[in-house]
Design a protein around this ligand. Structure first.
Ligand code: PMV
Length: 318
């Protein structure tokens, strides 16, 4: 019997992952590039050897569906594993508009592998975490991280790769929480619907690698305007594949549009601020750390809460 605890930060994609070429293995149809965030963490403890499989999320017992996802994930570490007890908690509000699945499955991979006595490096942990949730493959490193889509059928080359460390660039990510209403459709079925029904999906897939190339170079050059432009276009292209689904998938709320206009007005007034959105109504804005207060003030009238975050570090095991 052994136990381990991992503390892991969520990440936000600057160039998005949307669409799979293999569903069960979570192999993506496109590469993506993200920023790991500071301040917010998921903290997960795995006891490898318990009287039964038991999971607790944010202080309450896991639902049957949540438990199934957690324990099937631990089966990937060892199909002959003993019953395990898992406790996991986010120190950020679940409605913070942040991808908790990215830190959630990365934390489960790090704590689960350590509790099982497996000494896996960050790349092996990234391959493992990816199978829980695609975005989790990028939370194994701090700073800027690329998820290579890979080519292999077994997915061993579909893995996160660090691009630049946490202290590379003094940027901020300002998160405007527009609505905490439960989303009508999750990212998995929405991705599937985009691939099956959107006439724009092929364009999305064909143009993604070039976007990642531009974004990677812009990160290395600390060129915020170039990164911001390609980042916004990636978001709008991803959402175009959703709004053109049959039936359409529409995550934006009135406050979302107000935030988009606020960001464009900031730019017109000379502030380099650039937005991204995931499978939800909230708006995340990348800017220089020195401009973060101005960006927060511009978004505040349109949002329930505005969080200011910066580049975060790698997982910590204890
Ligand atoms: O892996 P998931 O299910 O968390 O999918 C994440 C998809 C987006 O957040 C919309 C984009 C991304 O790259 O994180």
């Amino acid at each position: 019997m052994a136990n381990a605890t991992a503390t892991v930060h969520p990440n936000i994609a600057l160039v998005k992952y949307w669409g799979k070429r293999n569903g069960p293995l979570n192999l993506p149809a496109v590469p993506s590039l993200s920023l790991t965030l500071d301040t917010f963490t998921t903290r997960t403890t795995v006891n490898w050897g318990s009287n039964a499989d038991r999971a607790e999320l944010d202080g309450r017992p896991a639902t049957a569906g949540e438990g199934k996802r957690i324990f099937e994930f631990l089966d990937l570490i060892d199909p002959a594993r003993p019953p395990c007890a898992v406790t996991t908690a986010n120190d950020f509000p679940t409605a913070a508009g942040l991808a908790s699945s990215s830190s959630g499955f990365a934390a489960l991979a790090v704590a689960g592998a350590a509790a099982a006595g497996k000494d896996l490096n960050a790349q092996a942990l990234s391959v493992l975490a990816r199978q829980g949730s695609g975005s989790a493959s990028r939370s194994l490193w701090g700073g800027f991280v690329e998820w290579k889509m890979g080519e292999r059928e077994d997915g061993l080359d579909s893995v996160g790769v660090p691009v630049a460390p946490q202290d590379h660039w003094d940027v901020a990510m300002v998160v405007a929480v527009v609505s905490d209403a439960k989303k009508a459709i999750g990212s998995r079925p929405a991705m599937r619907l985009s691939a099956e029904t959107s006439p724009y999906y092929d364009v999305w897939v064909k143009t993604a690698a070039a976007d990642v190339d531009v974004a990677r170079q812009a990160v290395l050059d600390r060129d915020l305007d170039t990164l911001g432009r390609v980042m916004e276009q990636s978001t709008h292209k991803m959402h175009a594949t959703m709004t053109t689904c049959t039936p359409p998938v529409f995550y934006a709320q009135p406050g979302t549009l107000a935030c988009i206009h606020a960001v464009m007005a900031l730019r017109d007034a000379g502030t380099s601020a650039w937005l991204t959105m995931d499978a939800g109504p909230n708006v995340k804005v990348l800017c220089a750390a020195a401009d973060a207060e101005r960006v927060q003030a511009a978004l505040a009238p349109h949002a329930a809460v505005v969080h200011r975050l910066g580049p975060g570090g790698a997982p910590v095991l204890s």
